[in-house]
Design a protein around this ligand. Structure first.
Ligand SMILES: NC(=O)c1ccc[n+]([C@@H]2O[C@H](COP(=O)([O-])OP(=O)(O)OC[C@H]3O[C@@H](n4cnc5c(N)ncnc54)[C@H](OP(=O)(O)O)[C@@H]3O)[C@@H](O)[C@H]2O)c1
Length: 361
């Protein structure tokens, strides 16, 4: 698999990284056997994936345990990108960001212990603050961790263009992790300009499996699966996604790859994207997804995918994080968690952060 340099670092990332949220096992339905996750992680390295995106929140530490189980002391030979700043149970009983310097340090040190690493290659702020901590204080704590050698580089996730520019003026952040797929296009626009020169790590390229094309009917998920309240899996948004994946499936058949590879490959090939993070829970899913590199390498195929998507329309282009990641104590945190799928929306769903796409033309 091709690799691309992460600007401002000595790291070179495979164009596809493996995300551990679903493997970690929270908000993704009944837990699957750890053996599947370990086999998937080990297969990833054999297939050319050299980096893994985890977070303390993913299974409340379980994702990190899986990484350690899969690689043992060899974990230092792959690139671990993890996150910092979310309390599993915050003041209101659910996950909540706390970017105070004390929590940043405590959270990072807990990750080092769980992972059995002496240093973390890339530590990312998981989501914008909800408790009023000035950005400079959060970045100051990260800079101290870097000076101490506990982390090599740091970046942000889910910040909007203004807060990103503010952060870049304060500290040497190297990356922005942000959602991006054929169905989520917020990156295209001011955010991409604000991230110019940074590593852009695009997450959720399959829309939680929707763009693999496997949901041809009305999928049913249990209450413990965030897809049961994800509006993209319902009504006209689902039908729109299905008409898109039907077209992607035709392209996939022509190229001789699975539909998931078409969706992921398109994201890998987009301007400004350094690498894409997709989740996979079995070696078979991963074997399908790594074929995305072949798709991304063909400008002609990527152009056809773009054209099909633009004809079908509907890529959401709203704000990434309500408030754009500016540090404000407000109710925006709940909206942001909702956009990440961590809380259920009230019914009927408010359109503010995720307006439905126009119906397919
Ligand atoms: N920074 C942040 O705030 C943030 C937020 C979200 C995600 N992320 C990162 O991005 C990673 C990827 O995002 P994501 O996992 O949420 O979404 P995703 O990559 O769009 O979807 C992954 C899911 O799609 C299904 N899938 C994967 N490959 C498939 C295939 N070939 N065929 C059929 N189904 C397939 C699997 O679920 P099933 O087996 O259940 O169908 C898998 O768990 C996460 O793991 C995490 O590391 C970061």
């Amino acid at each position: 698999m091709r690799r691309r340099p992460l600007p401002g670092t000595d790291l070179s990332l495979s164009v596809l990284g493996l995300g551990l949220w679903a493997m970690g096992g929270k908000y993704w339905g009944p837990p699957r056997p750890d053996e599947d996750a370990v086999a998937t992680l080990q297969a990833a390295v054999d297939l050319g994936v050299n980096w893994f995106d985890t977070a303390p929140l993913y299974g409340e530490g379980h994702a990190d345990t899986l990484l350690r189980r899969a690689f043992g002391p060899r974990l230092k030979d792959v690139i671990v990108a993890t996150k910092v700043g979310v309390r599993w149970r915050g003041s209101r009983g659910h996950a909540e960001s706390d970017l105070s310097p004390a929590h940043i340090v405590e959270d990072a040190e807990a990750s080092l212990t769980r992972l059995g690493l002496e240093t973390i290659p890339l530590l990312q702020v998981h989501w914008p603050c909800e408790r009023g901590t000035p950005l400079a204080e959060t970045l100051g704590a990260l800079t101290t961790l870097q000076t101490q050698g506990k982390i090599q580089h740091f970046g942000l996730c889910n910040y909007g263009p203004e807060a990103l520019a503010e952060a870049r003026a304060l500290a040497p952040i190297v990356s922005l992790q942000t959602p991006y797929s054929l169905l989520r296009r917020e990156l295209e626009g001011p955010l991409l300009s604000a991230a110019s020169g940074l590593g852009v790590l695009a997450y959720e390229p399959l829309c939680r499996g929707l763009l693999s094309g496997k949901y041809t009917g009305n999928p049913r998920f249990g209450d413990d699966d965030q897809r049961s309240w994800d509006e993209r899996f319902q009504g006209h948004r689902l039908r729109h996604a299905q008409s898109l994946t039907a077209e992607l499936g035709r392209i996939a058949a022509r190229v001789g790859v699975p539909t998931s590879a078409v969706a992921i490959g398109w994201a890998i090939a987009q301007p400004g994207v350094t690498a894409v993070i997709a989740g996979a829970r079995t070696p078979q899913q991963l074997r399908e997804n790594v074929q995305a590199d072949r798709v991304a390498a063909s400008a002609k195929v990527v152009e056809v995918i773009s054209r099909v998507a633009s004809v079908l329309g509907g890529g959401f282009r709203g704000s990434i994080a309500p408030g754009g990641g500016r540090c404000e104590k407000s109710t925006q945190g709940r909206e942001h968690r909702r956009s990440l799928g961590l809380v259920r929306p009230p019914r009927p769903c408010p359109p503010a952060s995720s307006p439905p796409p126009p119906p397919p033309r």
